[in-house]
Design a protein around this ligand. Structure first.
Ligand code: ZN
Length: 285
């Protein structure tokens, strides 16, 4: 091609950047793991976070290989945690289950196990928080041996009774500082934390300590059912781009993980939904 022609190339837009886009298998719950792998890869998605129920008896090492063969990164395994319980036997069972989850993450090739801390409505939150700390402390040696990091995910206060006595990033930071392990960090999920006036400061604090390990995105609509009514980015009131900016200024350069529980979306044709996810990611996050 001569120099003159090189100057009259049509103005071709660069391809959209999906290099940081990861999707949680629960987002497209009707799909099997292999359907999710195939469709995500075809759509140009870069990473996948695998929920344990999506493995459903699958051999995790083989599943991890299929994920990598499709060109996807296994970003994390969801989820461990749920440490608090009034009965000591139940707490011991939770610790055993977390050790098994760490082994699954290692076999899958996922560098991070997400911990939903847990809570027991039959006891004070402070007691649950102590049990969360004890549970994580008990499994940290196993995480180190397996080479799997643990990410504490604070949940919205509406979940404080049964799912998480850790409700702010400040609490997660304090827990990480108290246990002081290079294998323990924090997960920032905009759905759970967007309302917190201290969020920017606490993201900076986690980043400065090198403990900012995952970023989950979705949106909050009203009225809402907090269990299965999360929305696509741009449909609600969460300032996702502002929070993403805080994450990046704090040094986070990992995946942006779309995690949406939605009975409405699960009834939709999932390939069309995946196209909407990609478009919403590019336009609003
Ligand atoms: Zn999350």
């Amino acid at each position: 091609m001569c120099a003159a022609h090189a100057n009259v190339q049509p103005n071709i837009a660069p391809p959209p950047d999906l290099s940081r886009l990861c999707i949680h298998t629960v987002t497209t719950r009707p799909w099997s793991l292999d359907e999710a792998i195939a469709h995500y890869a075809l759509a140009g998605v870069s990473g996948i976070t695998v929920w344990r129920d999506a493995l459903a008896g699958d051999e995790p090492r083989a599943a991890g290989q299929r994920i990598r063969d499709a060109g996807l990164a296994p970003v994390s395994l969801c989820r461990g945690g749920f440490f608090p319980a009034r009965a000591a036997g139940d707490r011991a069972a939770a610790i055993d289950d977390n050790r098994r989850a760490i082994d699954v993450a290692a076999a899958l090739g996922a560098p991070l196990l997400v911990l939903v801390p847990g809570a027991d409505p039959g006891q004070p939150l402070d007691v649950s928080r102590g049990q969360i700390r004890e549970g994580i402390e008990a499994v940290l040696p196993h995480a180190l041996a397996a080479g799997v990091r643990l990410g504490v995910e604070p949940l919205h206060p509406m979940y404080a009774a049964t799912r998480s006595a850790i409700n702010t990033l400040r609490q997660a930071n304090e827990l990480c500082e108290a246990l002081d392990s290079p294998w323990l960090g924090a997960v920032v999920d905009v759905y759970h934390l967007w309302w917190d006036p201290d969020l920017g400061r606490e993201i900076a604090r986690a980043g400065a300590a090198g403990r900012l390990w995952a970023f989950h995105i979705s949106d909050w609509v009203t009225p809402t059912d907090i269990l299965t009514d999360r929305a696509l980015m741009g449909e609600g009131c969460i300032p996702i781009r502002q929070i993403r900016g805080w994450m990046e200024r704090a040094g986070f350069d990992g995946y942006h993980e779309v995690e949406i529980f939605s009975t409405r979306r699960w009834t939709q044709e999932q390939r069309a939904y995946l196209r909407e996810i990609v478009a919403a990611y590019l336009a609003h996050s």
